[in-house]
Design a protein around this ligand. Structure first.
Ligand code: FE2
Ligand code: FE2
Length: 242
């Protein structure tokens, strides 16, 4: 069942607590009382339709829902994605890193075993940072440039050259490597480290990794299944016009 604007904001969280960071990124903070989604959004000056589309696309991975995002502006979708990048870099990754550092103090891992996890995590982090930086410096500005040109119906020669040399689809493949690395990192913790006396810290790291994975999947789905087809269609329209 989809989330609707008549629903109480608190009930959306009770339905799926993983929506908490999603709601924060959209500009809504806790302390909803019994107010409906519509009321909270209007009080906190958030576009309720955009809010509902993002939440419903997170809860239901059916592509039809994410496609509804295409009625919203590329700029709004990109602004939301930028906030999720900051959330990963400033909150989630440092938190997982802290927990990994606790592994050496509170588990019976040898130095080598600890370093295996630590180095693997470092590699994952590096790859994620590189990916995010490419998107923020190159891909998102390009998408916004295309959307602006599309709305103005004006294509400069330099933008025409860019579309021909690196269309938006040329950035699409990137995500699978990051997903594979995260999957491997989880497996080191689940399968390959020796059995601990107490699994608590390892479990906590795994919960963080699974949560990050779900959030990242939603994020990449918006990039690949919403923005890329939308920008491709704009590129084609722009190239077709005289
Ligand atoms: Fe991204
Ligand atoms: Fe991405």
């Amino acid at each position: 069942m989809q989330i609707k604007k008549e629903m109480k904001m608190a009930d959306a969280i009770h339905r799926n607590y993983l929506l908490l960071p999603v709601i924060n990124r959209l500009g809504i903070q806790l302390g909803f009382q019994d107010k409906t989604i519509e009321k909270v959004c209007s009080e906190q000056k958030v576009d309720v339709e955009f809010f509902l589309t993002i939440l419903n696309a997170f809860l239901d991975t059916n592509d039809k829902l994410s496609k509804q995002l295409q009625v919203h502006s590329v700029k709004d979708v990109v602004a939301y994605l930028l906030k999720t990048h900051s959330y990963y870099l400033e909150r989630i990754i440092p938190e997982i890193e802290n927990r990994i550092n606790l592994l050496i103090q509170h588990s019976q891992l040898s130095k080598d075993e600890f370093l295996l996890v630590k180095n693997f995590f470092e590699e994952y982090k590096k790859e994620l940072y590189t990916h995010i930086s490419l998107e923020e410096k190159v891909v998102y500005p390009y998408m916004i440039e295309i959307a602006n040109a599309y709305h103005k119906k004006e294509l400069s020669q330099s933008l025409r050259d860019k579309i021909n040399s690196s269309p938006v689809t040329s950035y699409e493949k990137e995500h699978s490597d990051i997903e594979a690395k995260l999957f491997d990192l989880k497996n080191i913790l689940i399968k390959y480290l020796p059995r601990p006396n107490d699994s608590y810290i390892r479990n906590r790291i795994l919960v963080e990794l699974f949560t990050l994975e779900q959030d990242l999947n939603d994020h990449s789905r918006i990039e690949n299944n919403v923005l890329v087809p939308q920008i491709t269609q704009m590129e084609n329209t722009l190239l077709a016009q005289k």
